[in-house]
Design a binder for this molecule. Sequence first.
Ligand code: COA
Length: 700
Amino acid sequence: MPKLEPLFNPKSVAIVGVSVDPNKIGSVILRNMIDAGFAGDLLPINPKYTNVFGHECYPSLAQTGKQIDLAVISVPADKVLGVMQDAAQAKVKFAVIITAGFRETGAAGGDLEQQVLRIARSAGIRLLGPNCLGISVPGSSVNASFAATQALPGNVAFVSQSGAFNTALLDLALERNLGFSHFVSIGNKLDLSELDFLEDFYADPQVKVIGMYLEEFSDGNDLVSMIAQHPEKKVVILHPGESEQSKSAISSHTGSLAGSSRVIKTALRQAGAIQVETFEELFNVLWILEAGFKVTQNTVAVVTNAGGPGIMLTDMLVKAGIQVPKLSEQTQSELKQVLPPTASTHNPVDLVGDALAERYASAIDILEKDQSIGTIVVLVTPQLVTQVEDTAKLVYQHMIEGEKQIVPLFMGGEFVEPAIKRISSYNQPVFQYPEQLVSALGKLLDSKTPSVPNLILPIQGKYLAEVDAQTTTELKPLSQGLVYQMATEAGIDLPRQKLISTMDELMGFVGEVHYPVVLKARAEDILHKTDAKALYLNIHDVEELHAAFSELSTTLTNQNPGKPVQMIAQEQIGTGEELLIGVKRDGRKDVYLPTGRGFGHLILFGKGGIYTEIYKDLASVLVPATTRELTQLIAEPKVGQIIAGARGKAPLAQDKLIFLLESIQKLVLRYPQIAEIDINPAIITTDRCVAVDIKFLTQL
Ligand code: COA
């Protein structure tokens, strides 16, 4: 039995705060329950009345003397605690708190909310809200919300953090005939969050697709692993990002490129969720999925009665990353047999302006047999002879009976309106604007199948105690010596190097590694070495060595007067590409523990060097990522092409780069205290990938 069964399918529903005034929210909820046809016990609660809208009204929950599955609370905020005590006494199972005026209004509201939670926890009451619109489950005739309309029954489960978003979606859904299995407003998520609902939605065979509007994630890590484990049911998420970005105060320079919005996008993409950016996209993607669309191969055939719109649509599809491939010889020759000589049998297939419904039918029949096509877009424009209704009927027939997924586009206004109405009245998606179709299809075909990483958590890091000793609530760099030890433990290829203070020590080191060498300041002394002239590359002889040593000594003494000079001498890595690898943690140190919240560590990858921030050509992946995902990560920014061997040059050691990225993953899982890593540059040559400059920052 689903955990939330008494909430989804209650036998008795009490509404606290009903009134004889039909416009009070409590009254609207009672009315909505009656209109939904709820067959269980409906129990209005208000001590002022004995009867409301023909229903016996009780002074309190406890005085109903009944087992109450669900109590909907719609009284002002200062009365909610009293009602919760009453609910505890009445042993209510679930409560929906509609009332606003809690955490969202400030500290006092937050305290009140916590008091409500304490009562709920000690009485075993599960809570939805507060500050929510309520819940509607059409399949069990429940509409415990104050929405202006009733949701139609269907297969979309929708959870939203904004009540207004719910009502807008519902309004559009009614017009287009889209139905819902569950329609939930989660408000402040004081107790039940999107995670609780997701768990039940996955277990419910009636739910075909899940939609979410979320402003913040209760636990990113849990959400992502839940979604990744259920590729059979798509989750469509709209997450408005700007507010997230402004929240993050990020210090180091990789951090400044990694807003939390990037973390969320990366995590959701990796999990296989479909991310949408607009209300329209959210609706359209849910609509298409509800109709049974399966995300298969990313290839589309367009069949149309209009050359121009067909070409325009093809351009738009291609721009959105959708393939519009050449049709097979077989398909083309079959098309030629049934189409007039003026028609085009390429993709888009142009049936020409006088195409009647039958011509569409013959072309679709042939296209359905072409194995290289995943989806057929049927584009109909209004021509004098176009049989709008007949074509709509025939397209619908193919949509439900045919072997291929079909998405109809009736482009135009008044003339095509009957087709739009007819197809949507059959519970199938249909579009009027090519932009809407392309953006929805693009989101669908772009969503990926999650790959579950086989990264078994490594044994505990050897240096845990030392790292802990240096980790505080402040974001701070770890000492370079410890960084070196931890990186070596993880198997990271580092340049040979030595901490030196004198020219003699420097000469000794050069004797071991040979020229050319590098001389530089320690990270804890100077953060941006190029800017502060604290990095000397390609030192070829003793003269250059002397010059670099004395200049750097002066710089360091000026920076930290009185402090003994220390610098790093390093072997110079041969010619290769400079890369940047950054890591940024979302959440705290406990992010991977059951109690932790957040998405975990994000790896950023791109071209390294001093212009990284200018190019902003970075790709990202969330830890733990599979080898396949790491390979895709490398290929995404432009530098990936150079690594693969561009313009006749030998390919660089991609396997070593993957090994480095895997080592970094192990490292952050061993030491979740690491809040940021900055490797800039890592140099990739034909046989090595060396972390030349490496910095770790920790924070609790
Ligand atoms: N038990 C039962 N009934 C009670 C009660 C109690 N302990 N305390 C008060 N009532 C009754 C009142 O007497 C009143 O009935 P009456 O008008 O017949 O006298 C009824 O409950 C409603 O109380 P009232 O004080 O009139 O409040 P209201 O209905 O104007 O507003 C809320 C209550 C909850 C709607 C309001 O406080 C609120 O939070 N509004 C915002 C809701 C919102 O936006 N939520 C988020 C949406 S996304």
